[in-house]
Design a protein around this ligand. Structure first.
Ligand SMILES: [Zn+2]
Length: 453
């Protein structure tokens, strides 16, 4: 029997065992935001790596942060780093779940539970792929360095410092990231980076308490102050007008433009799904696609002040606040955006607008061409008989920057268990049982191809 066939036989024979183990991972409520189940999950994972035969260590982080679990196994000329995280989002609102979030539940070919897609399914199926390899094919043809963090869902607050301290240990030829999966049309998707993010709260304090609105001629209204300040951040063409902001946007290379223009985009379907008559500024579909990946954003995510209930209440509010997020492209960073925003507002007399940064992640743009990308395409052909759609980077954000940009290692999100209705972060998070095992096979195929290209 050829070894790839022996691998399949082993995986099929061990399906129940693998899923039972998946259930043990889901059962630990490792919610980083609430510091629940973190140590227990890190210990379970450490034990699992030891059982695999890996050298594993937990790295404690300052301020009671979730430890990084780091494991190494195998040897060879190539080194593959694998990034996943063992923390999950809080399960609430609990009432909207149809199953218990911390009991892995099989139903209609699907697996339900908090973390099945984000990110315990990928995490464990990749470990089991290596187990099946060792059991049927002998030694690994390359070295694997596993970085599993426990703070991804709270913004990876300590990851950059940890990577800086451990840089000598973390050299690799490519990083297999979380995410990927397939889209509504069944196309396998991969990406070599992501946008960054900076999230702020803007707040203006007016009088100590809400006042009768008859006082408006003599009392400053914080709601007016806030909307006037916000209106200076963008013009009516939707261009960001923060002083100096656009000078930090790195122009796309011809290859990047070519890659973006080659992406599929079901514009009519997209507009239909969200009830949009047209895109912003009447952009045509191709221009909209390019803009989605090319430019940074400044979005008012929420705006609050005064009275919003039924009928009327003549009040001059005490406070006004807004939540703002910026999706960042190179070379914008959260520090830079905070600084530019402060100076821009101060220069216009809005020193009364307080800025609080709530989270931030730097953008990650990885080389589009790399041996890892070539191997991922080969593995996709093996696994799904499909050439994947290669996003140069996702329009969303994640903690790729420290490992891929700081250490200069090409990264790819590929082989995920995600399907279009996976409901990550939401009630009834689910994956297809079939996809769990397909993803496992993809990992083995990637190891094989990456050791050869
Ligand atoms: Zn995740």
């Amino acid at each position: 029997m050829p070894h790839s066939e022996r691998f399949d036989v082993y995986v099929n024979a061990n399906q129940d065992k693998f899923l039972k183990e998946f259930g043990e991972f889901i059962a630990v409520p490792s919610v980083a935001a609430q510091k629940r189940g973190i140590k227990e999950m890190a210990d379970l994972l450490t034990k699992r790596f030891r059982k695999l035969g890996a050298v594993v260590r937990q790295y404690p982080l300052p301020d009671g942060g979730s430890p990084v679990v780091y494991a190494e196994i195998g040897s060879g000329p190539r080194t593959l780093m694998i990034y996943n995280h063992y923390d999950v989002q809080p399960e609430d609102p609990l009432a909207l779940w149809t199953t218990d979030p911390f009991t892995l539940t099989r139903q209609d070919g699907k697996l339900f539970g908090r973390g099945v897609s984000d990110d315990k399914g990928e995490l464990l199926s990749r470990i089991q792929a290596v187990e099946a390899w060792l059991a049927t094919r002998g030694d690994l043809p390359l070295k694997i360095k596993w970085v599993i963090e426990g703070e991804e869902e709270i913004g990876s607050v300590h990851l950059e410092d940890w990577v800086r301290e451990q840089a000598d240990m973390l050299g690799a030829d490519g990083i297999l990231w979380e995410g990927g999966g397939y889209d509504e049309a069944g196309r396998i998707t991969m990406a070599a980076g992501c946008k960054g993010i900076a999230y702020f709260e803007l707040r203006v304090q007016g009088p100590a308490v809400d006042m009768h609105s008859a006082n408006a001629p003599i009392v400053t209204n914080p709601a007016w102050r806030l909307v006037q300040a916000l209106s200076t951040l963008k013009n009516t063409q939707d261009e960001i007008t923060i002083d100096g902001f656009n000078a930090h946007v790195r122009p796309l290379t011809p290859l990047e433009i070519q890659r973006i223009e080659a992406l599929p985009f079901e514009a009519e379907q997209f507009k239909h799904n969200y009830g949009l008559a047209r895109f912003l500024n009447d952009l045509d579909d191709r221009a909209a696609l390019r803009r989605l990946y090319e430019i940074p954003t400044a979005t008012i995510c929420g705006l609050t002040s005064g009275y919003q209930g039924n009928g009327t209440k003549t009040v001059l509010p005490a406070v006004a606040s807004a939540k703002l997020d910026f999706r960042l492209v190179p070379d914008l960073t959260p520090d830079l955006v905070e600084d530019l925003l402060r100076r821009h507002l101060d220069a216009r007399g809005f020193t009364d607008v307080q800025i609080t940064r709530l989270s931030g992640e730097k953008p990650a743009r990885s080389p589009i061409e790399s041996p890892l990308r070539t191997a991922a395409i080969e593995a996709s052909l093996d696994t799904w008989n499909q050439t994947p759609v290669l996003y140069p980077w996702f329009a969303g954000s994640g903690p790729m920057y420290p490992l891929s940009v700081m250490l200069n290692i090409p990264v790819i999100s590929a082989g995920a268990t995600w399907h279009p209705d996976t409901r990550a972060h939401s009630p009834n998070e689910n994956i297809l049982e079939r996809d769990y095992f397909t993803s496992l096979r993809f990992t083995a195929s990637l190891i094989e191809h990456f050791s050869q290209v």
